[in-house]
Structure formats: structure tokens, C-alpha cells
Ligand binder design. Sequence first.
Ligand SMILES: *Cc1c(COP(=O)(O)O)cnc(C)c1O
Length: 465
Amino acid sequence: MSIRVQKTFEALFELEEIRGIFRDALPTGLSDEEEAAFRQKIAGLKAIIADLEAGTGTPDVTKIAGILDIRSREEQFINIQPIQAAGRLTTEARKALISYGDGYSTCDFCRKPFRLDKISRPGIADFHADLAKWLNMDQARVVPGARRGFQAVTNTLVSKGDSVVVSALAHYTEFLAVENAGGVVKEVPLNDKHIVTAEATAQKIEDVRAETGKLPVLVMIDHFDYQYANEHEIAGIGKVAHQYDIPFLYNGAYTVGVQTVDGKMIGADFVVGSGHKSMASVAPSGVLAINEEFAPKTLRTTGMVGDLTKRKFGIKEVEMLGCTLMGGTLLSMMASFPAVKERVLHWDEEVRKSNYFIDTLLRINGSKVLSEYPRKHSLTKVDTTGSFDTVAQNHKRRGFYLSDELTKRGIVGEFAGATRTWKLNTYGLSWDKIHYISDAFAEIAEKYQIPVEKNAKNTCLYQKE
Ligand SMILES: *Cc1c(COP(=O)(O)O)cnc(C)c1O
């Protein structure tokens, strides 16, 4: 680790220890002993700061609690890991996390009627209203991950044996949410370009009706899937679902928080987003937004009465199990939200950067892109069987030579050892970093005598599988 990054962590840790002294002290102030400990820590901090400034010293702290390594991936490297890119915290979210890291930190000023989304200090109630408005939906709730959003919907709408239409590229959590509710998934096949079309969705609905005698109870489709990050015919699919009067869940795990999502325009009854995947938030976090029609049912409140005590819990929502994100998760979402609202306006730039990098990769002879191309997303599946994998065949490190070469250049997040098909995500990288990683891949290719074209081909190299 660079010594300056190391010393930054040490300084943060030292400050946390100083904070610990305040937490242990009486409200009246520090005791003599605590004052002495405080002065000692301040002296330690100054020494760390001096090292930080000069870039000197040696690592003095390498473990947290004696067991955890310091995670400095985002400080030391350019991380192109497919699922991590848009979940990196903003600086404001990191501040919120250190400030609100204590357990139920959202609950300081929780007042009657005691529900998370009603808390006004900090502005959690307003945040819920803003989220709904931002997605152009009527109600929003924060949930522990997109998967818990799916689950709230399936548990509301799906009964034992009911069919739910999903995509042939659906995420495993969609399968599990349907299974959890006792339903059965029915997958819409892809066309030859790996796209889920409105027409194929309509056909699948017809097939389900013919096969089971009943219509599916829910259509749940990803705008961009997790395998290719291809864009599917989401608005058309919403229309088809409504023609059959089937509720439509828009899975925005790879869109909410990186691009503008307008639930009404899409015709979504539910919009689900992932905080830790695409909203620069601590895991597990996410959002479930609902339209007027389905809000009362999905957000139904408890009717349960204790047989002995006759206790009732009034407005607690059953699917939310009362309250959901009660601490640093929610506060990180809220702290990132202004930046997230701003960054979705620049999605076109992210797509340009993605295409720039992919164009460079395609100039390396034998490389292919398996996702639709030109790219419409920052996540891409590539096939380097014809390029980098040819070297792996004869290299003593096999596929790991590529990870070695990338790590040496400060790039991580590709699937270590994989030189055939793998995924990467360029979301949030500056143009400088995009140029840097593009040059690095070209340089590695040249080092191993893989020819690199001078000019971008810009032809669609989409491969059928
Ligand atoms: C990542 C992902 C999910 C799961 O998101 P969580 O917030 O981790 O639950 C669901 N669907 C798709 C398409 C995804 O890419």
C-alpha cells in the first residue's frame, strides 16, 4: 500500500480512538487520566500526519481488531469489478457512515407513530418523498437490497403455484423471491441479440395461460441484465403486462442511481433499485417504489392482535417488518443522494467512456464483446479467448498472467485468472482513468505480441452463442 494511503487510514483510526475517549468520558469532561490519554493520542496523530504529509514512515497498523485487513482497493487501484463500480461511497456517504455507524442511529428522534419512514430528524420522511418523486412513483420505501424489494412484492402478489414471468437473464434473487412466495418462474426467451422483447413477453404470457389455465400474477423484468448489461424492451414490456392486466415490476438494479428512471413513463407498478449496487450506498440497501394502485396492498399495515395481551402494532407495515434500514445504510443513501441525483444526468458521458474503453479492447486482435455493441451501459461482458487467452495457454501463470500485469499497473477487479469471458464495469472512472486502463490493456497485448490495430474498428462484433 502507498505509505500515504496507509497513513491516512492510521490517522482516521487514531481519530476514532480519540473519539472513543470522548465516548467513555463523563459529560462533565475528561478526567486527568483521560486527558493524558487524549494528549498521547494527539501526539500520535501529529506524528502520523507528519508521515502522511511527507510520505514517510512504515505501516504501524495493519489489522483492525487483529483480524481484518485494511481495505484500500479504492484508494490504491482502479477497480473495474462488475458489481462494485456504482456502489462506491461518495465522500459524504463515508462521513455519514462514521457519524451514524452506531446501531439504531436513525432512531434518536423517532416519535409517534414510530415508523422509519415517518422520522423527520434526520430528514428520513422527506427522503422517502424525494425518492418517490425522483422515480416518478407514488410511494417509496428503503429496503435491505433490491432482493428484499422483490420479496415484498412477491409475498404480496404471489400465492402458491402462481406463475411469475421473468427474463431468461433474470438475476438469481428474482428466482429466490418467487420461490420464497411459493410461486414458479417462467422465463421469457431471448432473441438472437440477447434481448428480451415485448413480443416475446406477450408470447410467454400466452404460453403460461395455455399451459396452466391462468395468467401470470407478476411480470418482473430487468432494464439492463446482470450478464450482458443489454437493454431490454422495458417500456414495451410494461405495456404488454398492462394489456393483460398483470402488474409490472421494473428491476432497476443496474439503472436506479446511474441513469434517470421514470416509473410512470415506463408503466411500472413497482420500481426496484439497489443502494449498494448503483446508489453509492452501504450494503444492504435499496429502494422499492410503488404506484398508487399497488401501494395499499404492498404496504398493508399489521392487523395482528396478541391473544393474551391484545397488543396491536397499528401502522407497522407487514412486508417491511416494521422498519428496514435503521442506521448507517440509510444515512449513507441519504448522504449520497444529492450526488446521485446529479450523476444520473451525466449517464451519456458514462456510456461514452464505456465505449471508448471497449473500442480499445476491440483493437486488440481476437477480442470480442459479447454484450450489445455499441455499448449502452458501463457494464460489459467481453470475450478475450482470441487475444489474451492465447497467451495464457503457454504462460506458466496461465490466466493469472493478465491479473498480474493489471495489478502491476494498479488495475483490479477483473475476474482473476479469467482470460476467456469476463465482465468489467467502467462506471464513475474519470476520462484520465479511462485512458489509463485503455492504454494498459493495449500495452499488455503488445508486450505479449498480440497485434493491436491503430484505429478503432467501430464495427459490431456481437457474437451469437
Ligand atoms: C445485483 C442485482 C440484483 C440484486 O441486488 P441486491 O441489491 O444485491 O439485492 C437484482 N437484480 C439484478 C438484475 C442485479 O444485477
